[in-house]
Design a protein. Sequence first.
Length: 324
Amino acid sequence: MAVTLKDVARASGVHVSTVSRAFSAAHLVNARTRARVLAAADELGYRPNRVARALSTRRTGNLGVVVADIANPFFPPLLKAAQEQARARDHHVFIADTDERTEVEEEAVRSLAGQVDGLILAAPRMADRRIRELAAEVPIVVVNRRISGLSCVLMDVGEGVGRAVARLADLGHRDLALVSGPAASWTGRRAARAAETAAGEHGVRVHRVGPQPPTEAGGAAAFDAVAGAGATAALAHNDLMALGLLAAARDRGVPVPGRLSVVGVDDTLTARHTRPALTTVAMPVEAAGRAAVDLLLRDATPQDLVLGTRLVERDSTGPAPAQA
């Protein structure tokens, strides 16, 4: 005969309702008690029937995460952290990649809406109004975008970018190229405003370059405009674009940081191991992934959760050429 919840409850010495919560709402059960329940279930060979649970509770036990570009190294750590947090809360994760295309983003949300208990939109490109309309169909938490009426996890990119500009000014840089990514990027607009504010405070001229695709190719394509502006430092939309700038500088024989200092945003794994190692604004992507899951699974008033960022100084920045 199939093992039941009652069998697991009897073996672990707890009430049936506790066993049920251990599988469906793990955060409501004492960690030691849940471990005892899971051990008893494993020993008895019990497996929860997710289909039956979904029919009775109208909960699927699944969450969806929609990202702008899974090939961008910014997203995998966020996805992994979200998946681990969801698993700890007895949920599974479906992932959709929109390839930076707004129409694909909306299609992904509509496709997943009936299969999940909620969605995390990481750096979405859709208009605020459209996201609110979709949130009426399925619970949504947004990462790296503030939308009124929805819970949002924000990484304060402005904080780190402001520090980056101040540090470049300390190094003697007075001409900064601001290399932008997609025009629809909320984070990019925040970073640009913070950079221009900090530049004004420190006597640094800002030269706008872009928008460009948020890729290495996009960064490389921006190099000639950066050099033509007479900039001695460049702040890129993300690490991928910064890596593209580094590659183009090597191809043209421009020493970094001797003649051009380069700063990225994200602190991806690649940034730490490229040569020269990339100075960048570290974004707490793992913490954001975990927090987004927690916000999605709790039934509460929408809130904004703001996570701090920091400047990580490495070898791609140095004194302005006149002081080198």
